[in-house]
Write a protein that binds this ligand. Structure first.
Ligand code: ZN
Length: 112
């Protein structure tokens, strides 16, 4: 198994989509929720900080929302941690079924 470019040894390689190839990694829903809730949490935290700086502090609604989103992030993190083994297997299956790769550094394309 080679995860480097054979020409420049770069690790910045990407799979080239092939027609008729059905195998795709199963992205668990918990990962989608986790990424989304982390993004939302960041947004809420940043707006809280902005409000703290420019006005008399964050409102109660914003604080409650931040706490709720924080718990959603924790739960999603836990769910993703449980999904992780099957996600890894699905990713490995995808990497192995992938035949054509392309290097993003030198644009070299090769077949495994
Ligand atoms: Zn290369």
């Amino acid at each position: 198994m080679q995860y480097r470019c054979p020409q420049c040894q770069s690790v910045k390689i990407m799979p080239v989509p092939q027609s008729g190839q059905a195998t795709r990694p199963d992205v668990p829903k918990s990962l989608v929720i986790l990424v989304f809730s982390i993004f939302l949490l960041l947004l809420l935290v940043i707006s809280s900080i902005v409000l703290w700086i420019f006005s008399n502090g964050a409102g109660t609604n914003l604080q409650v929302a931040t706490i709720i989103v924080f718990f959603i992030t924790l739960i999603a993190g836990f769910l993703f941690w449980r999904d992780l083994p099957s996600f890894k297997i699905s990713m490995q299956a995808f990497m192995q079924s992938q035949k054509i790769w392309k290097c993003r550094d030198c644009s070299h394309q090769w077949q495994r």
